[in-house]
Ligand binder design. Structure first.
Ligand SMILES: NC(=O)c1ccc[n+]([C@@H]2O[C@H](COP(=O)([O-])OP(=O)(O)OC[C@H]3O[C@@H](n4cnc5c(N)ncnc54)[C@H](OP(=O)(O)O)[C@@H]3O)[C@@H](O)[C@H]2O)c1
Length: 327
């Protein structure tokens, strides 16, 4: 794993950043690192008020936060990414209560790692839950928050939309064999017959990755830099969904291969700092890449289909949100 240090003297004083899934793992580490680099206002997306309160208290106790000259504002808002309504409500609160957003890090993800064991539908949307959280709700957040990101940019100072992806997207079976033309992405992803414990996570990370790149083609990087980033293999709550007997294996894997979350957090901020060259790209740890399908034409068709279907859902929950995002 390449380790390019963050710029010397990096300071986010005066800036506002939003991090989802901030109560644990990579999200918490990113929040703590932003505070270490003087962020003035930090907005946390968490699932419950209790998680918000305890995360805020922990962050304020971090030595680097205490060492800051000024006490930062730490606010939290609740959201359950299994629910489209909850994502809309969260976004509306941000748009109406937060005056500006310089950095948005969409990190919240269901069942990190390959630990997506069983098919389960979101009881709110009836979509398969990993597809809902990792792809649909993440896409919704990106689109709903874009107007504020755009409004917050200034000449020579683009804002940042960083989506936490995964290098496992490059191993999604869709790379070799995209969803057939006669099946919709939504229907395919919701079909229990197509669900695979091994592939679901990588498939959803590919879908959000291609969506992110499509979105980026419609956004001026002088206004908002949009990309997805792999933070590396991290020892987070990766194995929390692993069945009991396999938990020790997940632990050993963690010790042997994975890095502590703060290492991944530095990778994420490093990607944020990259700027223009990363717009519309997948930043694989610290290398800027483009995920390519084996059969480019079929991959293009699947990408377009995924884009159109996702936008329909994004707009169904929040009418005309895409139009507002692209204005
Ligand atoms: N760990 C790795 O090796 C690795 C590698 C590449 C990419 N990533 C990506 O990094 C991101 C963070 O992963 P992590 O390893 O830090 O995982 P984690 O420790 O399991 O944290 C996941 C975060 O997402 C939140 N989340 C899950 N389901 C949610 C829902 N329905 N609504 C709202 N929030 C929800 C969790 O909140 P709760 O605590 O309330 O569940 C938690 O804050 C994920 O997108 C993951 O795919 C991780």
């Amino acid at each position: 794993m390449a380790r390019t240090p963050l710029p010397v003297g990096l300071s986010y004083r005066g800036k506002t950043a939003l991090v989802t899934g901030a109560n644990t793992g990579l999200g918490y580490a990113v929040a703590a690192l932003l505070l270490r680099h003087d962020i003035s206002c930090l907005i946390l997306g968490v699932r419950t008020i209790e998680k918000g309160e305890s995360t805020k208290a922990r962050l304020l106790q971090e030595p680097a936060t205490k060492a800051q000259g000024e006490t930062p504002d730490i606010l939290f808002y609740t959201m359950d990414m299994l629910s489209g309504e909850s994502v809309v409500e969260f976004s509306e609160q941000i748009l109406t209560q937060v005056p500006k957003l310089d950095i948005v890090i969409l990190n919240g993800g269901r069942k990190a790692g390959m630990m997506t064991w069983n098919y389960a539908k979101s009881s709110f949307t009836e979509n398969e839950s990993t597809y809902q959280v990792n792809h649909l709700s993440t896409a919704m957040l990106a689109v709903y928050l874009l107007p504020l990101l755009k409004k917050s940019s200034a000449p020579g100072q683009p804002t940042h939309l960083t989506i936490i992806g995964s290098a496992l997207q490059l191993f999604s079976p869709f790379i070799k064999k995209p969803i057939p033309d006669d099946r919709s992405v939504v229907e395919y992803m919701n079909d229990p017959e197509t669900f695979s414990t091994l592939n679901r996570y990588s498939d959803t990370k590919l879908l959000i990755g291609t969506f992110t790149r499509e979105l980026a083609t419609r956004i001026n990087p002088a206004q908002v830099i949009v990309h997805d980033v792999d933070p590396g293999i991290l020892d987070t709550d990766l194995g929390r969904n692993v069945p009991g007997p396999l938990k020790p294996v997940a632990k050993v894997f963690g010790w042997m291969v994975a890095k502590p979350p703060h290492v991944g957090a530095a990778v994420v901020l490093h990607a944020v700092e990259r700027g223009n060259e990363s717009h519309g790209k997948f930043v694989d740890i610290e290398k800027v890449k483009s995920a390519t399908f084996k059969n480019e034409e079929m991959g293009r068709r699947m990408t377009e289909k995924n884009w159109k279907e996702t936008i329909e859902i994004v707009d169904k929950f929040n009418p005309e949100s895409m139009k507002r995002a692209l204005e």
